[in-house]
Every structure is written in C-alpha cells, then in structure tokens.
Design a protein around this ligand. Structure first.
Ligand code: ADP
Length: 161
C-alpha cells in the first residue's frame, strides 16, 4: 500500500524523518509532497527542501526505491489521486497539533471521501522538534545538528555562517 506524506518540511527534521521511517514500516511506498505554506515565511526554497529530503532519505530512495519526493503545488488530495494513493500520513506531536490535523483531515475527506488520513504520534524524543524552532535557534547562531539529519545541518550552517 502507498501513502502520501505532505508537509512544508522547512527544514526536514529528525521528527519528520522519524514519522517517515515509521510510515515505511506500515506502507510499502511513501510519496513525500513538499508544499509551500502561505502562512509561513520559508527559510529554504522548494527545490532546496526537496534536495535535502532526497539527501536525508538517500538509502530509501536509491537502493530500496520506497520513497519519492516531489513538489506539491495544488491540493494534497489531487497529489494523492495523481499517484493512485488513498492514504495521507501525518504526525501529531501534542494536543496543540490535534485540532489543526483534524481540520485538514476533515476538509480532505469532504473533498475526497475515499482518501484516509493516518496520524502517527511523535516519538517522545522528537516530540518537541519543529521546523520553526530549528529556524529560530539557527538564526541566532546556536547548533541545531542534533535535531536534523546531517545534510540539513550542513545546509543550515552554510546559510547562517
Ligand atoms: P505543515 O506545514 O503541513 O504542517 P510540517 O512540515 O510542519 O508541514 O509538518 C508535516 C507533518 O509532520 C505534520 O503532520 C506535522 O504535525 C508532522 N511533524 C512535524 N514535526 C514533527 C515531529 N517532531 N514529530 C512528529 N511529527 C511531526
């Protein structure tokens, strides 16, 4: 079975990585959809975000061929339909994520009732990690390398050096 994992991934964190790898224990193949969130000011351009996920997931993309990363420009449900996929994978860190995830899941099921959202709870060691926290800490010159995959840490260091 295939799943789509949509998000803005700005940048891709160890929390995202954890959800994706755990998703791969359930699903055979996961399509990562990288979207622009109009409510957020982006640190990395779309192509850089895609490249950083590709580098962080190298083994799953190259050798195992179980992950693909694409730009998600329209509606998430259309991205799913284009790939003949009826599962959306999302992550929930805390109760603060719940309402947001529920609202998106409900809108998506209004649009396409046969597309189902599966939410995984964050692992406790990553539950406090968010892209916005990474952007904030990095902008103030602190080390973020333990919260993101190696290629992402390198790109952030380049950006803020
Ligand atoms: P969006 O802008 O669509 O919320 P994000 O890149 O912020 O995109 O997050 C994508 C998905 O990953 C969301 O479902 C979010 O709740 C989940 N997520 C983000 N960080 C973590 C984390 N540390 N642990 C588990 N899930 C996470």
């Amino acid at each position: 079975m295939k799943a789509v994992y949509p998000g803005s991934f700005d940048p891709f964190t160890n929390g995202h990585y954890d959800i994706l790898v755990r998703g791969l224990e359930i699903f055979d193949e996961v399509f990562v959809g990288v979207a622009n969130n109009p409510a957020k000011k982006h640190l990395f351009e779309m192509n850089d975000r895609i490249q950083l996920i590709n580098e962080s997931m190298k083994e799953w993309i190259g050798l195992k061929k179980r992950v693909q990363v694409h730009a998600l420009k329209g509606l998430t449900v259309d991205f799913c339909k284009e790939r003949e996929c009826n599962v959306l994978l999302r992550g929930i860190r805390a109760v603060t994520d719940y309402e947001y995830e529920q609202a998106i899941a409900q809108i998506n099921s209004e649009l396409e009732p046969e597309i189902h959202t599966v939410c995984l709870f964050a692992s406790k060691e990553h539950a406090f990690v968010s892209s916005s926290m990474i952007r904030e800490i990095a902008a103030h010159g602190r080390d973020i390398s333990k919260y993101v995959p190696g290629p992402v840490a390198k790109a952030i260091m380049e950006k803020f050096k």
